[in-house]
Design a protein around this ligand. Structure first.
Ligand code: XIL
Length: 387
């Protein structure tokens, strides 16, 4: 049977995990490990990044009509993180940077910490984009969400071009993870350690690492990340497993099994890429989040956006339904004590990944193309304001 058609529960069983009633938190795994790459392979970081407008560039946003009580202030009061994903290149627009740091206390690395950006050649790391993001966040007292150590996309071609033994694949992944996580040690609130490793039918995805190392790559990556930065939260991130379905069952079994093995996993990220129709109900979300919290795991909303394309409703109706969807997801998060992070995948509709990804125009975020707050913004703000 091909590995990817085995359910994650069976994979965990096949790793001979003993089902213990209590879930141990300490790392008990003892996979092979490695040292980070020497500093000489690392491109020097740029000097401190100060966002400045490109000469003659027109600003894409105007923060003038934002109400005085911001999402950030409300989130700070509640002791939670509200974030948006972005890339340092966007912060060059000072209005954009101002809006981001005014409304959010966290920024997620949309692309700057992916393999193809950080590790363009076998013996060269380039941290300049990631460092610019971290230094912007520091200058604005914002937390940074690290994304992503293992995914099935975003690799430079050299990674898959070379033939390697299983041990060499393990060394390659270990060295990358250790080098990256050590570089940002102490500066990252949480890492997406593995991203999208489960298929929608609940089986483990046949990722590059699944093919070359086997299912243990998941546990190994968590171990290496913990060794490199014991202070960062280590998260398994995925989509379409937010409500109650085959995929969320598989994610639940997978993380429970990892905990029972002693793998240092701290939480589950729910990407929350939604459409106007068929979002998971609040009840489903709460039940799913709570059962993960009952395993002593954090739950993060990590990449929320709500697509409006393929609907013939008026823009007013679309915006109202979108606002309600954001409200329901945040409501479920606020009810779940272990949900303290709510991140949208982008700041304004101008920079959303959805139009390029789907080939269709869309407006899935909290702010419009000019940086003006949308009904979804007010829905979230009101929810944060009134307990
Ligand atoms: C997307 C970025 O937003 C795009 O800019 C990039 O071209 C492709 O990747 N799930 C993830 C993210 O975990 O890394 C993806 O980000 C969106 C889907």
């Amino acid at each position: 049977m091909p590995l990817q058609s085995i359910s994650s529960k069976k994979i965990i069983d096949s790793l001979s995990i003993i089902d213990t009633p209590s879930v141990p938190r300490a790392s008990k795994t003892n996979f092979p490990t490695c040292e980070p790459s020497p500093a000489s392979l690392i491109q020097p970081a740029p000097t401190v990044h100060t966002p400045t407008a490109p000469q003659g560039a027109e600003s894409s946003v105007s923060a003038s009509s934002i109400p005085t009580l911001t999402l950030r202030e409300l989130a700070d009061k509640r002791n939670i993180y509200i974030g948006a994903a972005g890339d340092a290149s966007q912060f060059a627009d000072p209005e954009y940077a101002k809006l981001l740091s005014r409304e959010f206390n966290m920024v997620a690395a949309e692309n700057a910490m992916k393999w193809q950006v950080l590790h363009p050649e076998p013996d060269r790391y380039d941290f300049s984009a990631g460092d610019a993001l971290v230094s912007f966040a520091k200058s604005q007292q914002m937390a940074v969400y690290g994304h992503v150590l293992v995914w099935d996309y975003g690799y430079p071609s050299w990674v898959s071009e070379e033939e390697r033994s299983r041990d060499a694949w393990i060394q390659l992944l270990c060295t990358h993870v250790k080098t990256v996580v050590s570089h940002y040690r102490g500066q990252i609130y949480a890492w997406h350690v593995v991203n999208e490793v489960v298929n929608n039918d609940g089986s483990l995805r046949n990722t590059l690492w699944m093919k070359t190392i086997g299912p243990e790559y998941i546990a190994m990556t968590f171990q290496w990340a913990r060794e490199a930065d014991p202070g960062a939260l280590l998260i398994l991130n995925d989509h379409f497993g937010e409500g109650l379905n085959v995929k969320s069952e598989a994610i639940y079994s997978l993380v429970k099994g990892l905990l029972q093995m002693g793998v240092p996993i701290d939480g589950v990220g729910m990407q929350m890429h939604l459409w106007l129709w068929g979002p998971p109900t609040s009840q489903e979300l709460e039940t799913n989040m709570q059962r993960l919290a009952d395993l002593d795991l954090d739950v993060h909303i990590t990449e929320m956006d709500v697509r409006t394309q393929l609907s013939s409703d008026s823009i007013e109706v679309k915006m109202a339904v979108q606002a309600d969807t954001y409200r329901q997801v945040l409501a479920a998060c606020l009810i779940t004590k272990r949900c303290k992070v709510f991140v949208t995948w982008g700041l304004t509709d101008r920079y959303s990944w959805i139009p390029a990804f789907t080939g269709k125009p869309d407006v899935p975020l909290l702010f419009d193309v000019n940086g003006q707050p949308k009904p979804a913004y007010y829905a979230i703000r009101d929810l944060l304001r009134y307990p």
